[in-house]
Design a protein around this ligand. Structure first.
Ligand code: NAD
Length: 374
């Protein structure tokens, strides 16, 4: 069986689906690996490392399984053979058209986003592995942009107070942002609508920001947040506007799967911040948690710098690719039996992650996104 790895072509995508170390493990397990020339170059893995690992350099689209990072472009879709298996981030809840095209092309596709978040599948959880990178980078961006120190310093020239950082949304990215900002010495507070995270926030040395929203708990299925009602959201924004005004930096990571990001930071809240303050909005790609965010841009409004990074994992391609590759390897281990491709759709992980199969869209959320009625 051959797993092939194309070079990513999406603008700004620097990651590669399999790093040489993981290619080596696959080869040793009896799976052949073919990588397109230069596939790992932007992640700092030259072709020679893949050759050393026992992989071939050749057609990245030729495998029975094609492992990718970003969703395939229209051109790339044409290179996938009927009956081939595609693994990657496929945006099943939002990219209806490309999911339809995958079904029409007869591709059996598995979305890394759709892997059930159950204990057994933790090693395949690419949302978590990449969110870890994003959260870390977001804290570094905030520290870099802030014209002040993060840590408290006692110097001969006087004492510097530590920066106050607020993290909104304490999922995987938020928790990593908290940990990183803490390591840099900031005083960190964090808020989430899921009360279960209070303990996790506190275990990282941050304070859980209590907002008197009259909200019981907004945890929905699978450990995700539910969408708040309009009234709840308005109340949250008003209460947050006051707290945000006390901060040097805000890192916002709030998301609700398959929906636009909740708006948490209004223009009025930005105006409350002191000159020189910073907002890093990790939700920029899905509409932004801040009203003034421009995706992919850094804007300055009323002397507050608002950074709206897109695809942050691609800004750290070496480790982001390593973690992603291990996620892919774990998924492949479920798909390959004695060196042969063997897809067991009774397995809840494979069944949950499968988006298209036998010419049909089989994933419920993807069917809705593609406008397929039952
Ligand atoms: P996510 O990226 O969907 O959302 C980020 C955070 O934003 C979440 O913590 C969410 O509660 C929060 N949020 C949503 N609306 C908000 C609002 N209006 N105000 C403030 N915060 C808001 O989430 P994620 O990081 O991918 O994962 C969330 C949770 O899923 C995890 O913390 C965990 O409980 C669960 N999870 C489980 C597993 C597993 O069991 N294998 C793996 C990963 C995650």
């Amino acid at each position: 069986m051959i797993v092939s790895v194309p070079k990513e072509t999406a603008p700004g995508e620097t990651r590669v689906a399999l790093v040489p170390e993981v290619a080596d493990r696959l080869v040793k397990s009896g799976v052949d690996v073919t990588v397109e020339a230069g596939a790992g170059a932007a992640a700092h893995h030259p072709d020679s490392e893949y050759v050393e690992a026992g992989a071939q350099v050749g057609d990245g689209w030729s495998g029975e399984v094609v492992a990718k990072v970003a969703p395939p472009s229209n051109d790339e879709l044409g290179r996938l053979g009927r009956g081939s298996v595609l693994i990657g981030f496929l945006q099943p809840l939002t990219a209806g058209e490309s999911v339809r095209a995958l079904a029409e092309a007869g591709v059996t596709s598995f979305a890394m986003e759709a892997i059930p978040r159950i204990t057994r599948a933790q090693s395949m959880d690419a949302l978590s592995s990449q969110a870890t990178v994003s959260g870390y980078r977001a804290a570094l961006i905030a520290a870099q942009q802030l014209p002040r120190f993060f840590p408290m310093l006692t110097t001969a020239a006087g004492t510097v107070r530590p920066a106050k950082v607020l993290v909104l949304g304490a999922g995987v990215a938020g928790l990593q942002a908290i940990a990183t900002a803490r390591r840099l010495g900031a005083v960190v507070q964090a808020f989430d609508v899921r009360s279960a995270v209070k303990e996790q926030i506190e275990s990282l040395g941050a304070r859980f920001l209590e907002l008197d929203m009259g909200l019981e708990d907004a945890e929905a299925a699978g450990g995700y947040a539910r969408q708040l009602t309009d009234e709840e959201q308005a109340k949250q924004r008003d209460l947050l506007a006051v707290e945000i005004g006390k901060m040097d930096a805000v890192i916002s990571t709030a998301a609700v799967p398959g929906r636009p990001a909740p708006l948490l930071v209004t223009e009025a809240a930005v105006m409350n911040m002191s000159p020189g303050s910073v907002i890093v909005d990790l939700a920029a790609e899905t509409g932004g948690n801040c009203e003034l965010t421009e995706p992919g841009e850094t804007v300055v409004r009323e002397d507050v710098t608002i950074v709206g990074p897109v695809n942050l994992p691609a800004s750290m391609p070496d480790h982001a690719s390593s973690l992603y590759s291990r996620n892919v390897q774990s998924l492949l281990e479920l798909m390959v039996k004695e060196g042969e491709l063997s897809l067991d759709f009774d397995d809840e992980v494979l069944a949950g992650a499968c988006i298209t199969r036998d010419g049909e869209i089989v994933h419920e959320g993807a069917r809705a996104a593609a406008g397929v009625t039952a």
